[in-house]
Ligand binder design. Structure first.
Ligand code: ADP
Ligand code: TRP
Length: 343
């Protein structure tokens, strides 16, 4: 992937040896491992695109390293205006994290709004970056291109995301390809701050698995909850069947391309070569096989998810907020002193 910088107002890089605050409490054996951070907006049901594009690798990386996973509720507020829905979605995302295997004993799971240092640091970054710089953000540009009105929160969204990451001395941010630019914004915010006020923030890098960077939906386009082309991650067998049967197929040719593209996430090319040769032209049989494979993956996670109580969710968030705040507080004290808002 080209490492070209997107932005015109790049700033000079100040070397930053920010050093790890002792309170970060790394797990044994992970001293030299990169620190990880990722976030998910509580804005709807997860789909297998979220899982293969972002969550799966996050869970794998978290087996070996320290990290934080965050429910980005203030980011969701840029689009969601129903308190009941937002509240319910926050709990659902925590269940999702636990069900896919994020271990709260090792990883900090927390809610963005529970750590006010995020919005505080975002303001500091807002005061450092320019309007034309933020105008290059895809999320903002897409909205404007569609003739929709973007709120100011959507416009400054990248600086809140930069604050999310930079508060915690993060090395790596596992995300899907559509979040690449946001991590670039975080690097730029870090560099701008370091350049203006002295070495403070580490520049994080995104981790995108190119093989699954864009998981296709049932219509062959990028799977996304906004396109109505998803296969739900925790769907019942019936819901999965319905979504798979709805995969668009081209009646010409022997190979249902869109079915295969999703199947590739679950089986090796060699296995698929045998399966697709055995069922050449039989789209229904191939879709049935795909349902089986998706259900086999999901069933254990679905079962784990069902066993998670409301009390579990609350306790995970309570503890996560405490642990995240201890780290964010330390970093923000340094930032406040450097910008001059403390006497
Ligand atoms: P959606 O497009 O459905 O609204 P989100 O924007 O909430 O999804 O994405 C949450 C995470 O899942 C992000 O890291 C994003 O990059 C990843 N992701 C979403 N859709 C896909 C996809 N189709 N393929 C790969 N990764 C995806
Ligand atoms: N913007 C991300 C998304 O929509 C969610 C997010 C918020 C995030 N803060 C983050 C992801 C920090 C990674 C790191 O998917």
């Amino acid at each position: 992937m080209a490492k070209k910088r997107l932005f015109t107002d790049n700033v000079e890089r100040v070397p930053c040896d920010s050093g790890m605050p002792e309170s970060h409490g790394r797990a044994e054996g992970s001293e030299n491992k990169p620190r990880l951070f990722t976030g998910l907006q509580p804005s709807g049901q997860l789909h297998i695109g979220n899982y293969f594009g972002a969550l799966k690798q996050t869970v794998e990386l978290l087996q070996e390293t320290n990290g934080l996973v965050m429910v980005a509720d203030y980011h969701a507020l840029t689009s969601l205006k129903s308190a009941d829905e937002l509240r319910a979605n926050v709990a659902e995302v925590v269940r999702d994290f636990l069900a896919v295997g994020v271990d709260p004993a090792r990883t900090i799971i927390f809610q963005q709004s529970a750590v006010p240092e995020h919005t505080e640091l975002a303001w500091v970054f807002d005061c450092l970056v320019t309007v034309p710089f933020l105008m290059q953000a895809h999320a903002y540009k897409d909205k404007v291109a569609k003739g929709l009105e973007a709120n100011a929160g959507l416009f400054t969204y990248p600086m809140l995301m930069a604050a999310d990451i930079l508060l915690y001395e993060i090395d790596v941010v596992p995300v899907g390809a559509d979040q690449r630019q946001h991590v670039e914004y975080a690097r730029e915010a870090a560099a701008k701050f370091n350049n203006t006020f002295g070495a403070t923030f580490k520049e994080p890098r995104e981790k995108i698995l190119e093989s699954v960077a864009v998981v296709p939906g049932t219509d062959g386009k990028k799977m996304s909850k906004s396109y109505g082309n998803t296969i739900p991650l925790f769907g019942t067998r019936d819901e999965i069947t319905k979504a798979v049967m709805g995969i668009v197929t081209d009646s010409a040719g022997d190979m249902p391309e869109h079915v295969y593209a999703i199947h590739k996430l679950l089986r090796t090319e060699h296995e698929l070569a045998i399966l697709y040769a055995a069922h050449k032209g039989k789209y229904k049989a191939l879709k049935d096989a795909l349902v089986e494979d998706i259900d086999a993956l999901i069933a254990p996670m679905r079962q784990r998810r069902e066993s998670i109580t409301d009390a579990d969710v609350k306790s995970v968030l309570r503890e996560g907020a405490e642990r995240a705040r201890a780290q964010a507080d330390k970093k923000m004290r340094d930032v406040r002193a450097k910008v001059g808002v403390t006497l």
